[in-house]
Design a binder for this molecule. Structure first.
Ligand code: FAD
Length: 465
């Protein structure tokens, strides 16, 4: 708006743009701005100006961090004056009377009660977090709700209790009494699944869902069988989709095989093959290599008694509850986490593995949409990787960004929900809570955890041929 035009004044929380100040205010501004162009003689503009002023007042008060915004949304929901649509979440505190009859009117398996004082947002935040999940309801109970507080013997605020028909209850055990820990623990209760998703099937039933026999495994470990399966699929199937490598694709292939030869912590027979393949590849001076030539070298090597790569896949930690879940992409993530961790102790160039991964994914990864997403992330932030440990952490945090985007998507295996990883039951020390109650990662602990979790001497060799 122009200062002379008269519909607004400086007291309206609006910046009045004039010929003199327009450049200095808009150019190189660090804030996003909404600019209204209007004419003071226009009847519509006059009628619209009170709305614009109200908007300015409203967003001027908007806070700068996500937590404050979330609290504001909760406040707005709760102070919403008009009748609530039925789908509105139950945010008001509950009482003994309501809890007594809860299971008569609600068809859920679990009722989580979060005891807290009136100023705390944790109960409402967890209620919203769990809203998309079936079989569970969350209610906040104020510390002033004496009968419930006494009945359950609650002395800590906040704290969370699971309440069952008949009045049984038990305290939810978490390492830290905070939103992220409650939400994670509640989402893992039996029967709790994202709405619209089939309930997870037991491993007994899983046996019948895939053509392969189900291989029992430890969810907290990395398996060499997954890594070898990934190599098999990558070298024999995914790369096989190229008829010839030239230009960037050739550079990418060489960089990929080179980091595998340097850092793949495999059985000697497999590392021998990778090293052979690498020295052959680095010797090729032409500007193109056909996949046929690459494959011939690979299979010739694979016939020697002390160098081979098992043919076919045998997924273990990357098994999915259906044939279209997990498997190869799970293997690709695992492989590159392992490689960044190996490079952390053996490498010198902080970006070597990540650059190889970036160009592999960009040039060859079969999921083209994934490749596009990954390339965007790499283009934005890969340059920030300036040390070997930050390379390990970069891949971990980018993987969590992908997990976050895919949580609840069709490609999510209900048996293996996408979570921010590692969850508290895998690495409690990785999680911390700031003074304001917000969740944060303890990066020193996360790094320690990753270096151990993906280390070569912890990789299990079960199910190998
Ligand atoms: P995955 O996400 O594949 O993880 C494999 C294993 O790694 C987990 O089981 C866990 O043990 C561990 N892990 C989980 N999180 C982390 C972490 N933060 N740090 C370290 N280890 C971790 N799918 C899409 O639908 N859209 C996409 O845009 C997309 N982009 C992708 C980009 C890349 C580069 C890759 C490799 C895959 C992408 N995928 C995408 C596939 C998707 O990320 C999963 O790999 C796939 O859905 C299988 O999931 P999963 O449950 O097996 O776990």
């Amino acid at each position: 708006p122009s200062a002379e035009a008269g519909l607004y004044t400086a007291s309206d929380q609006i910046v009045l743009l004039t010929q003199e100040n327009v450049e200095s205010i808009l150019i190189n501004s660090t804030a996003a701005m909404i600019v209204e162009f209007y004419a003071s003689w226009c009847g519509h503009c006059v009628a619209f100006s009170p709305t614009y002023k109200a908007l300015a007042r409203d967003i001027k008060e908007f806070s700068r961090n996500v937590q404050d915004l979330r609290h504001k949304i909760l406040d707005k929901l709760e102070t919403h004056g008009e009748p609530w649509p039925p789908a509105c979440p139950p945010l008001e505190p509950t009482s003994q009377m309501e809890v007594d009859v809860f299971f008569e009117t609600n068809d859920v398996k679990h009722l989580a009660l979060i005891f807290e004082d009136a100023t705390s947002y944790v109960g409402r935040e967890v209620t919203l977090d769990l809203l998309q999940f079936d079989s569970i309801a969350v209610r906040r109970v104020l510390n002033t709700e004496e009968s419930l507080v006494t009945k359950l013997g609650v002395t800590e605020f906040p704290s969370c209790y699971l309440y069952y028909p008949g009045g049984n209850f038990t305290r939810l055990r978490v390492d830290i009494e905070a939103r992220a820990f409650y939400s994670y623990a509640l989402q893992r209760l039996p029967g709790v699944v994202r709405s619209g998703k089939p309930p997870p099937v037991s491993t007994e039933l899983l046996k019948n869902n895939t053509e392969d026999p189900w291989r029992p495994f430890d969810k907290f470990r990395v398996y060499m069988a997954d890594l070898e399966s990934t190599l098999h699929y990558s070298l024999r199937v995914e790369l096989g989709a190229q008829s010839v490598f030239q230009g960037r694709a050739l550079t990418s292939l060489k960089a990929y095989i080179s980091v595998l030869a340097k850092y793949f912590p495999g059985r000697p027979i497999v590392t021998n093959l990778l090293k052979d393949l690498n020295s052959w590849l680095q010797k090729q001076t032409g500007d193109r290599i056909s996949y046929e030539a690459f494959k011939e070298k690979l299979e010739n090597d694979a016939q020697s008694p002390n160098s081979t790569l098992p043919d076919g896949v045998r997924w273990v930690g990357c098994q999915g509850s259906q044939p279209h879940f997990r498997r190869y992409p799970c293997g690709v993530w695992t492989l590159f986490h392992v490689l960044t961790v190996q490079a952390n102790s053996k490498g010198s160039d902080p970006q070597e593995v990540l650059r190889a991964m970036r160009s592999y994914v960009h040039n060859f990864f079969g999921c083209r949409e994934c490749a596009g997403h990954f390339e965007n992330m790499a283009a934005e932030t890969l340059e920030q990787v300036t040390s070997l440990p930050t390379a390990v952490l970069w891949l971990w945090s980018r993987h969590n960004v992908v997990n976050n985007r895919l949580a609840g998507a069709l490609s999510e295996d209900p048996q293996f929900p996408k979570i921010q990883w590692p969850p508290p039951d895998m690495c409690s020390a990785c999680h911390a809570v700031k003074d304001n109650g917000e969740h944060t990662w303890n990066l020193t602990e996360v790094l320690k955890f990753l270096l151990t979790y993906f280390s070569s001497d912890r990789i299990l060799t079960d199910y190998l041929e």
